[in-house]
Ligand binder design. Structure first.
Ligand code: HEC
Length: 203
């Protein structure tokens, strides 16, 4: 199963979405309706952003599965801490775009939203994931894309009631994230967003 919030969407088959990821996503209970790239004024750039988001999701998922199997949640926290950003940078670099995750309630302040994304991210605080959708923003020479991430049952062990999170993850989490605000999420809540910036005209 997935960790770090990258496999929580159920949606119609997207451009470039691998069948395996589709099956995984479909098996999860949080339903998010994302807009189709064709609905946006920048379909090519939006599809590129979504392909990269899917890649990030799958790469992180693979790492985390291994960590969970070998070392349990504490090891998975370590993967989230050290690898989530690296994997995002690798996927983004290969595509010549920018890519990351953000939230209105952050665990890692380094995941703060870009200025263009802030209004959407802050404006969605406290809503259910199902109420949100893909957002596409014209950034001049680039296209900004935001895709909602829901909270599933399994996320709660690291993002749910803080007493439970402390019990599950111990002191490691507090030590690594002294400013953690990413607890008290319940299944179905909007946990955050994947974001991408794609140069206009990129294929
Ligand atoms: C094993 C513990 C663990 C689990 C399970 C987990 N996360 Fe996380 N999550 C983390 C850690 C640690 C970070 C901080 C990563 C970093 O430093 O960038 C994080 C960061 C995030 C972020 C980036 C924004 C922020 O707060 O810094 C999102 C979004 C997120 N998680 C969503 C989810 C969702 C959705 C799930 C359920 C599929 C989930 N996570 C499951 C530990 C976990």
């Amino acid at each position: 199963m997935g960790w770090c919030g990258l496999d929580m969407r159920v949606r119609r088959p997207a451009v470039g979405m691998a069948a395996a990821a589709g099956v995984l996503a479909a098996a999860l209970s949080v339903a998010l309706v994302a807009g189709e790239p064709q609905d946006t004024p920048f379909p090519v750039e939006t599809a590129k952003a979504e392909r990269a988001m899917n890649q990030l999701q799958q790469a992180l998922l693979a790492k985390l599965k291994t960590a969970m199997e070998n070392g349990g949640p504490a090891a998975a926290v370590e993967v989230c801490r050290t690898e989530a950003r690296t994997i995002a940078d690798e996927v983004a670099g290969a595509q010549a775009i920018e890519l990351g995750r953000t939230s209105h309630r952050l665990r890692n302040p380094a995941n703060a939203p870009r200025p263009w994304a802030r209004a959407v991210v802050d404006g969605s605080a406290g809503v259910k994931a199902a109420a949100e959708r893909l957002r596409v923003v014209d950034l001049g020479d680039r296209v900004g894309v935001l895709r909602p991430i829901g909270t599933a049952e399994m996320c709660v062990r690291c993002h749910g009631p803080s007493a439970d999170v402390r019990r599950n993850l111990g002191a490691a989490l507090a030590a690594a994230y002294p400013q953690d605000r990413a607890t008290e999420f319940a299944p179905g809540d909007l946990r955050g967003w994947m974001w991408a910036e794609v140069p206009k005209g990129a294929k």
